[in-house]
Design a binder for this molecule. Sequence first.
Ligand SMILES: Cc1ncc(C[n+]2csc(CCOP(=O)(O)OP(=O)(O)O)c2C)c(N)n1
Ligand code: SF4
Ligand SMILES: [Mg+2]
Length: 339
Amino acid sequence: MAEAFTNATQLLQPFKGVKKVTIEEYFTSGHRTCQGCESALVMKLMVKAAGPRTIVLGATGCMYVANTTYYTTPWVVPWMHTQLGSSGSAALGTAAGLKALMKKGRMKAEPINVIAFCGDGGGADMGLGAISATLTHREYNSLILLYDNESYANTDIQLSGSTPYGANTTFSPPGSVKRIIHSRWKKNTAGMLAAGHPECRYVATVDASYAVEMMNKVRKALSIGGPTFIHSLDPCPKGWDYDPMLSHELGELAVETGIFPLYEVEDGVVRHYGKSKAIAEGRPRKPVREYLLKQGRFAHFTEEDLEYFQAKVDEMWMKWEIPGVIPFWKEKREVTPAP
Ligand SMILES: Cc1ncc(C[n+]2csc(CCOP(=O)(O)OP(=O)(O)O)c2C)c(N)n1
Ligand code: SF4
Ligand SMILES: [Mg+2]
């Protein structure tokens, strides 16, 4: 049976517009996420894009806990929980296990999608080493999707390495003596993983406000083979403190202000997408205040804080070696502020 073994992937063609998206759902009712939870939408779109021959592995966090409460679950495909920092290990182990079973003839040789998801706490912080290791193994096909709600949300909104500068979290409440408790800039997780993993053929950023683009990036990641990585920015009404009806709008504003660039790195080639492409080509960005001031977690910001945030985002687009993707610059360049 060894001859029957194949390392092929499913060839998932992109959806050509919203009307061509398949109607079958593999993440259905039965979850208990908050109203307006964008991460739940990301799960739904992710597995819709992948289709039924898929195994989903979920690290601890909201998308594990709220999706498997008291023997209920919205998952229609096979699903397994893994430890908070082990999305990478689960992806690699499952892909290797499937390969071994198929090679030995213990199961039918066919391409099965392996997707492991993690939150920003689990992926950008605790499980970064395991993700990095997985991205070095070209012989195993898997996708790791990091859903970034910018906090350890499930345990009541503690700050992570992905929390934006200045945000109010349970670990960084603004005080009367010190207003900005969290004074570190957010990690550049996708850029870091793309730049440092030559065996990984595909890294992308997504935002569920641009749903078809998001699903097509998932399909590309699963089709291309080897280990791949996607970073999704997910508005979280509870942690970001806004009316749930604003989730979609905030997802758009994160891109339109240039705070969250949409791009992919495929075999070393960087492509900006949609509004991020226009911004990279010189189109003006919306001021960051339009995004920040819609969220209670930035309600304590003064003009000075807004200016600092704006200057850092300006730097991403005006100074970085590859705008919005790879930092570092060779020489001093003037920064043109947003209008
Ligand atoms: C090793 C370990 N430390 C701490 C916890 C407690 N814990 C469970 S979920 C969670 C938050 C995870 O945050 P993130 O990965 O960002 O996912 P989110 O809850 O935001 O969806 C924490 C700290 C745990 N389960 N395991
Ligand atoms: S806390 Fe945020 S990420 Fe968690 S279920 Fe609620 S909206 Fe979703
Ligand atoms: Mg989180």
